[in-house]
Design a protein around this ligand. Structure first.
Ligand SMILES: NC(=O)c1ccc[n+]([C@@H]2O[C@H](COP(=O)([O-])OP(=O)(O)OC[C@H]3O[C@@H](n4cnc5c(N)ncnc54)[C@H](OP(=O)(O)O)[C@@H]3O)[C@@H](O)[C@H]2O)c1
Length: 360
């Protein structure tokens, strides 16, 4: 299918979210007409940052209320659109019937529009690397687009915390099949890693979860990550840029799947320490990491860290197809911290002798 025309109309689901907000902003910067789909346009806390974007004043950015739990939710927003970025989260990843139901709602609205060429579906690296058994990472340590979690593992259940990964794999398959069935639009899947970078609005600090983790670090408390997994990051601005370049690309085809990550990995204690290293003038009081894992998990810490360290992160495909050059993680952490302070008013824990500058 053809890429979307330059300057055409693109709808973004989850438009008030961390990634969706950046997709909206960068689409506007590139001259597109944008429909930001939010749960409730009257929720000023979540949507005023969109109204403050210059494109809103001229009408190039329009806001639509759409709760994807409701059938027909995107009929109005998608009518006349050439591109869709389906970035939104859903309300529950542990109910796989619900997951399929909300995918159906979005797909029906796309088909009803009859104008859509291309849909970018935001999946996750969880649909690539989330294993019910960590030893599977040793058996298949190369993280690239053709990798899926071991779906035969009997522990791959929602009860064992695999709902998010299962839901994302289901979403990818449903959209690819629906696009194939329609013959009118194609679905390109993007699997972003851990998004770090600046928030655009204060409410986004509570989402994430990575910006929320940096907020906790700033406030002086941080807990060890699940299974001692290092952060595997992408800057949220680069992630959003990849979404748009995939909408515009002339070479991609239905069902293509791209991981969006820089291939940087970093342990949480080093993320904590980075704040003071990158912004010494702030005087951040670097917290110690609290490890709340039960003893039998803590006993396996060294082994788990070694498993993750042995994994090989690849981003050959997305770099080749989009030409993206991923930012350094240092700039993502620095800009995230500065936005938490300036946009969300987070009060960091500082060492003796340091205070925040008075705002003018
Ligand atoms: N952040 C990451 O590191 C990361 C990594 C990999 C993949 N992803 C994927 O990227 C997407 C966006 O993540 P994000 O970090 O930007 O999340 P976010 O900041 O929480 O934004 C998600 C948006 O989805 C909306 N939403 C949730 N349920 C909805 C519903 N039933 N109807 C309408 N809107 C609904 C939320 O609206 P409300 O605020 O009103 O709830 C929110 O604005 C998700 O699909 C996520 O799985 C994120």
């Amino acid at each position: 299918m053809a890429p979307i025309p330059k300057g055409s109309t693109v709808a973004v689901t989850g438009g008030a979210g961390f990634i969706g907000g950046w997709v909206v902003k960068l689409l506007l910067d590139k001259g597109y007409r944008v429909r930001a789909c939010v749960r409730d346009v009257n929720d000023a806390v979540k949507t005023d940052f969109l109204r403050d974007m210059p494109g809103y004043a001229s009408g190039r950015l329009k806001l639509y209320s759409a709760d994807l739990d409701k059938p027909g939710c995107f009929d109005e927003a998608f009518a006349g659109c050439q591109g869709i970025c389906h970035v939104s989260h859903i309300s529950d990843y542990d109910d796989q019937d619900y997951v399929r139901g909300v995918c159906e709602h979005v797909i029906k609205s796309i088909n009803k529009a009859g104008t859509v060429n291309r849909v970018i579906v935001t999946s996750s690296i969880a649909a690539i690397i989330s294993e019910a058994d960590l030893n599977e990472l040793q058996r298949r340590p190369v993280f690239y687009e053709d990798r899926y979690p071991d779906e035969e593992n009997p522990k791959r259940t929602t009860a064992k915390g695999q709902g998010y990964s299962m839901g994302k794999v289901a979403l990818e398959r449903m959209f690819t099949d629906a696009a194939e069935g329609s013959g009118e639009w194609d679905c390109i899947r993007i699997c972003p890693a851990d998004n770090v970078g600046p928030i655009l609005a204060a409410h986004q600090k509570d989402k994430g979860p990575w910006q929320n983790n940096i907020e906790m670090m700033l406030k002086g408390k941080y807990y060890q990550n699940g299974a001692y997994r290092p952060w595997m990051t992408v800057d949220v601005r680069d992630d959003a840029e990849c979404h748009i370049r995939l909408l515009e690309n002339v070479d991609v085809k239905n069902g293509d799947r791209y991981i969006a990550w820089s291939t940087d990995t970093i342990n949480v204690e080093d993320v904590c320490a980075s704040i003071n290293r990158l912004l010494p003038e702030l005087g951040h009081d670097t917290p110690k990491i609290t490890d709340t894992f039960p003893e039998h998990i803590q006993a396996r810490e060294e082994k788990m860290r070694a498993i993750w360290a042995g994994c090989d992160l690849r981003n050959d495909r997305i770099r080749a197809v989009t030409g993206i050059e991923f930012r350094s993680l240092d700039s993502s952490i620095r800009d995230c911290v500065e936005s938490l302070l300036s946009v969300a008013g987070v009060q960091p824990q500082l060492r003796d002798g340091f205070t925040l500058p008075k705002s003018s």
